[in-house]
Design a protein around this ligand. Structure first.
Ligand code: CMC
Length: 435
C-alpha cells in the first residue's frame, strides 16, 4: 500500500516538501513533520501541544470526543469492574494481562520492595511539620536515587523494571509517612499480608497502641480509584516525566519532576481545589448559579474546579465511575457517610446547573476525574492536602511505564522543543550611565 503524503508548499520560494502521514492503530492520523525544518527551514508552532503528538506510545488510548479511555486496549470500565490495581500495574508496565503466577510474583515483588531505607526516615525530619505533603513527596522521591544506587542502568530493560517496581512499591510508604510526619505520629511499616490499597490505609491510620482493621469498603473503593488514575497518556505530568527522563536522568528524578507537575490546580491539584470550592459554596449560602456565573466571567479568575478537560469534550469516563463509587460508598457507610452527603448533593446539583448552561454546553465542559474523587477521600478520613498525593501514588505506574517505553526505544532522543522567538533582535550593550 502506498504511503499517504501531505504536501507543504512554500509559496514565497516555490519549494515544497512531502510529509508522510503516520497511521495510528486508533485515533487521528498524524503528519510526520520532522523533515519540515531540514527541507523548508520552518518550525511548527503549537503552544500547549493542541495538535502535536509528542511521541508514539502503545500504553493508553483516549478519545475525548467519545469519552473513551483504554489501557493497553482494555476499556477502563471493564478494568474498574473486574481487575485490581496490581493487575493494572502489571498490564501497564508489561503490556499484557498477567497469568495467575505472573501476578503473584509481581505482587510479591512489590511487597518485598515496599520498605524504605531507614535513613529515609531522617530525611523527613528536615521538613517543617506544616509542609504540604506534595512538597515532601517531591523531595523524598527525588532523593530515592541517593538511597538506591543499584539497578540504575537505564539502558538495561531488567534494571528499569526493578526501578519501576521500587517506585510503585515505595510510593504508598512515602505518601503515608508524609502524612504521619505532619501529624507527629510514628511511622508505620508496610505489611506483607495486606493488599496494596490496604497497606496504604494501614500505614496512614494504624496506631501502635491498638490493632487497626482496614475497612474493606475503603480498600475496594481506593483500589478502583487507583485504577482510574493509573495512566492518562501524554498529560502534563507524564510529559514532564518523559522530558526529564529523555536527558537520561534517573527514574526517581524523572518521577519527582512528574509529581511537581501534577501538583498544580489545573492538573492533579484540582481534587483538593474542588472540595475547597464546594465548602465555599456551602458556607456562602449563595445559589449555585452565582458560582456558575462567576466561572463564566472572564474578569474573574474563578473557574469551576473539576470541570473541563483538554482532551475530553464529552463525559470523562473516569468521572462517571467515580460518581457511582461515591454514591455507593456514602450509602454503604450509613450514618457515618451522611456528613458527606451534603457535599455530594451540592456537587451533583452544580453539575446539573453547569451542564444546562450554554457557556458550559458550547465549550463541552463536563466534570472530570477530580470532581467527585475528593468526596470519597474525605469519607475515608483522608485529609484535603493528601488528595493530590493519592493521585501521584496512583499515577506512578503510568509515569514509569511511559518512561520505560521511551527508554526502550532505540530512536529515543533528548526532548528539546524549539521556539518562535519574538524578543529583541541584536542590539549593542548600553553602559549604565547611558541608559
Ligand atoms: N470553568 C470555567 N470555564 C472553563 C473551565 C472551567 N473549569 N475550563 C475551561 N473553561 C473555559 C475557558 O475559559 C475557555 O473559554 P474561552 O474559549 O471563552 O476562552 C474554554 O473553556 C476552553 O478552556 P481552556 O482553558 O482553553 O482549555 P484547556 O484545555 O487549556 O484547559 C483545563 C483544560 C483542565 C486546564 C481547564 O478546563 C481547567 O482549568 N479546569 C479546571 C481545573 C481542573 O479541573 N483540572 C483537572 C483536569 S482533569 C485531571 C488532570 O488532568 O489532572
Amino acid at each position: 500500500m502506498s504511503k499517504q503524503m501531505v504536501t507543504v508548499i512554500d509559496h514565497a520560494t516555490g519549494k515544497q516538501v512531502d510529509l508522510e502521514v503516520l497511521n495510528p492503530t486508533d485515533g487521528p492520523k498524524t503528519i510526520d513533520v520532522r523533515k519540515l525544518y531540514k527541507e523548508l527551514g520552518y518550525f511548527t508552532f503549537d503552544p500547549g501541544f493542541m495538535s502535536t503528538a509528542s511521541c508514539w506510545s502503545k500504553i493508553t488510548y483516549l478519545d475525548g470526543e467519545k469519552g473513551i479511555l483504554r489501557y493497553r486496549g482494555y476499556p477502563i470500565e471493564q478494568l474498574a469492574e473486574h481487575s485490581s490495581y496490581m493487575e493494572v500495574c502489571y498490564l501497564l508496565l508489561h503490556g499484557e494481562l498477567p497469568q495467575a503466577d505472573e501476578l503473584h510474583t509481581f505482587e510479591e515483588g512489590i511487597k518485598d520492595r515496599s520498605m524504605l531505607h531507614e535513613a529515609v526516615k531522617s530525611f523527613y525530619n528536615g521538613f517543617r511539620r506544616d509542609a504540604h505533603p506534595m512538597a515532601t513527596m517531591v523531595g523524598v522521591v527525588g532523593a530515592l536515587s541517593a538511597f538506591y544506587h543499584d539497578h540504575l542502568n537505564i539502558h538495561d530493560p531488567e534494571q528499569r523494571i526493578v526501578s519501576a517496581m521500587r517506585l510503585i512499591a515505595k510510593m504508598p510508604t512515602i505518601a503515608a509517612w508524609s502524612y504521619r510526619y505532619a501529624k507527629g505520629w510514628p511511622f508505620v511499616y508496610p505489611r506483607k499480608d495486606l493488599s496494596y490499597a490496604e497497606n496504604f490505609l494501614h500505614m496512614m491510620f494504624a496506631s501502635p497502641m491498638e490493632p487497626y482493621d482496614v475497612d474493606p469498603l475503603f480498600a475496594k473503593a481506593l483500589d478502583v480509584i487507583m485504577i482510574l488514575h493509573a495512566d492518562h497518556e501524554q498529560n502534563a505530568s507524564t510529559s514532564t516525566v518523559r522530558l526529564t527522563g529523555s536527558s537520561e536522568a534517573n527514574p526517581y528524578a524523572a518521577v519527582a519532576a512528574g509529581i511537581a507537575a501534577l501538583w498544580g490546580p489545573a492538573h492533579g491539584g484540582a481534587n483538593e481545589a474542588v472540595i475547597r470550592m464546594l465548602n465555599d459554596i456551602l458556607e456562602s449560602g449563595k445559589p449555585l448559579q452565582h458560582f456558575v456565573d462567576r466561572a463564566k466571567d472572564k474578569n474573574d479568575r474563578f473557574r469551576l474546579m473539576g470541570f473541563g478537560h483538554r482532551v475530553y469534550k464529552s463525559f470523562d469516563p473516569r468521572a462517571v465511575i467515580i460518581r457511582q463509587i461515591c454514591h455507593q460508598l456514602l450509602n454503604n457507610l450509613g450514618p457515618q457517610g451522611r456528613q458527606y452527603q451534603k457535599l455530594f448533593e451540592t456537587a451533583m446539583e452544580l453539575e446539573r446547573v453547569a451542564l444546562e448552561d450554554d457557556y458550559f454546553k458550547s465549550r463541552n465542559l463536563y466534570p472530570n476525574v477530580d470532581f467527585y474523587s475528593g468526596i470519597i477521600f474525605l469519607a475515608m478520613g483522608i485529609p484535603l492536602n493528601m488528595f493530590t498525593v493519592l493521585f501521584a501514588l496512583s499515577r506512578t505506574v503510568g509515569w514509569i511505564s511511559q518512561w520505560n517505553e521511551m527508554m526502550g526505544d532505540p530512536q529515543s532522543r533528548i526532548g528539546r522543543p524549539r521556539q518562535l522567538y519574538i524578543g529583541e533582535t541584536e542590539r549593542d550593550y548600553t553602559p549604565m550611565e547611558a541608559r
